[in-house]
Design a protein. Structure first.
Length: 218
């Protein structure tokens, strides 16, 4: 963004300059290089739309779309939950098992968004809540069962209270932990060893990682 649109940034309260997606058209976003940050071989990759991503993935792998900052975009008239469910319905992915080769789980940092999906749009797909650390107490987890099927805490939260996993499982909730990436492994020698510890020792159900090629083999 800074390279292509140097004069379009917005300085926030923190003094940090950002380029909100809502300030740009789809055509303008299409001019960006979305791959160079990852590696030179990905230079020139374009930012895909959600539909384009579905077209590429459907029948090959599952999808975990996230309603990201829905309150922020709601203020400018974008109903993220409605648009998400319309797109999933159009692609016949709006119900559990609709496409066995493309399971769908929806996640969000917003409890309100998940509640809206369930109550207002009748979403029957699994919903996963990414909670603040302070909400992962036994009481907090129990409250989450009213609107979520799973919980996705930061890995530091789980390390600080490993019992969280058993508490969530006792409530019938899945536990997915984030974020695992090479070079940010704390006390673990490799990201593979770190993921293996969470999966095999702490018994979490799944992990989010930037390095799927380094996922521990059984």
């Amino acid at each position: 963004m800074a390279t292509v649109y140097p004069d379009r940034g917005t300085v926030g309260k923190s003094g940090r300059k950002t380029w909100p997606v809502s300030d740009f058209t789809l055509a303008e976003i299409g001019k960006l290089d979305a791959g160079s940050w990852k590696a030179a071989k990905f230079q020139g990759a374009k930012v895909p739309t959600f539909q384009r991503m579905i077209d590429l993935v459907k029948g090959k792998a599952g999808l975990i779309p996230e309603t990201k900052a829905p309150e922020v975009y709601g203020k400018i008239g974008l109903n993220m939950e409605k648009l998400l469910m319309e797109t999933l319905t159009k692609n016949k992915l709006d119900a559990p098992g609709a496409d066995p080769k493309t399971p769908v789980i929806i996640q969000s940092f917003s409890a309100a968004s998940l509640k809206s999906l369930r109550k207002e749009y009748g979403c029957k797909l699994p919903l996963v809540y990414l909670p603040p650390a302070g909400e992962t107490t036994p009481e907090g987890l129990k409250a989450m069962t009213a609107f979520a099927d799973g919980v996705a805490p930061n890995k530091a939260v789980v390390l600080a209270r490993p019992q969280l996993v058993a508490d969530a499982h006792a409530l019938g909730m899945s536990v997915t932990v984030w974020m695992f990436r090479r070079g940010q492994t704390g006390k673990f020698e490799t990201v593979t060893a770190e993921m293996a510890h969470f999966l095999k020792v702490l018994k979490v159900d799944a992990v989010f990682t930037d390095n799927p090629d380094l996922f521990p083999k059984r």
